[in-house]
Write a protein that binds this ligand. Structure first.
Ligand SMILES: O=C(O)CCC(=O)C(=O)O
Length: 251
């Protein structure tokens, strides 16, 4: 349960509290300059491969669930190698957001790096998400669906987003003080990863107006949603937290 409803600045203690779901979110202001963000945004829109899970979100990149769990591990890691090349070029013309965040987590005392799978190499980490519409209530927690993948052994999962372009209206990030547990699945909408509002009935909710240039990190096992948005572009990935303290990035 949250100890307060504040968004905390990044420190070892705040990130630890987020991993334990004791606070709703951690914010890093001024993560990138306007110029860096414009270049990243342009590079992603022009050069990144596009995939999607729902029509409201064009994913500029790939996802372990869509291209991995629903296809195969081999397919995901083969794509990951292609995208590493594609994205290195985009980052060379803008800046490397994943490595910048890894640096910031290391500075506050975490063992942070990109996730790897024994025998298959590094996961892909860092997608653009171009949103037109809303994302209903959901969680992102690999232990739910990733048996046989190293991320399935994580004890907690975070999601971070750098907001490159925000919606003129709406597009708020909605967070609930409730963690997913298996018995919640009676509220899951059939054939989707969304849940009906009954799943968060009675839980505290925080609405966050996201700002361009900031990074917000959430515990993605907490129920969350995004309000109706136009042309909202966020860039981010998941971070698995393991019992031994390792933080590992992947998408
Ligand atoms: O874009 C956001 O603010 C959060 C998006 C989201 O649902 C997620 O990262 O899982």
């Amino acid at each position: 349960m949250w100890e307060d409803t504040q968004i905390h600045s990044l420190s070892h203690a705040s990130l630890r509290a987020l991993i334990e779901s004791r606070i709703p979110a951690v914010r890093i202001d001024n993560f990138a300059t306007h110029e860096e963000m414009q270049r990243l945004l342009a590079g992603l829109l022009e050069h990144a491969c596009r995939t999607s899970s729902i029509k409201q979100v064009a994913r500029l990149g790939i996802s372990q669930y869509e291209q991995g769990v629903r296809a195969s591990k081999q397919a995901y890691f083969a794509l990951a190698r292609q995208l590493d090349e594609n994205f290195s070029r985009i980052f060379a013309q803008s800046f490397p957001p994943v490595q910048r965040l890894i640096g910031k987590l290391s500075e506050v005392g975490f063992d942070a790096e990109i996730m790897s799978e024994p025998g298959l190499g590094s996961y892909f980490a860092g997608n653009g998400k171009l949103r037109n519409g809303f994302s209903p209530i959901h969680v992102d927690f690999a232990a739910q669906d990733s048996d046989g993948w190293a991320i399935g052994a994580a004890s907690a999962q975070l999601a971070w987003n750098l907001y490159l372009r925000v919606s003129e209206q709406g597009g708020e990030l909605l967070l609930w003080d409730k963690l997913w547990s298996p018995e919640d699945d009676v509220h899951q909408v059939p054939d989707s990863y969304f849940y009906t509002e009954a799943v968060v009935g009675g839980a505290r909710m925080l609405s966050v107006d996201v700002q361009p240039g900031e990074v917000i990190i959430i515990n993605s096992r907490n129920y969350h949603a995004v309000g109706e948005a136009r042309d909202r572009l966020a860039f981010g990935s998941f971070i698995s937290a393991f019992e031994d303290g390792r933080l590992r990035f992947w998408s």
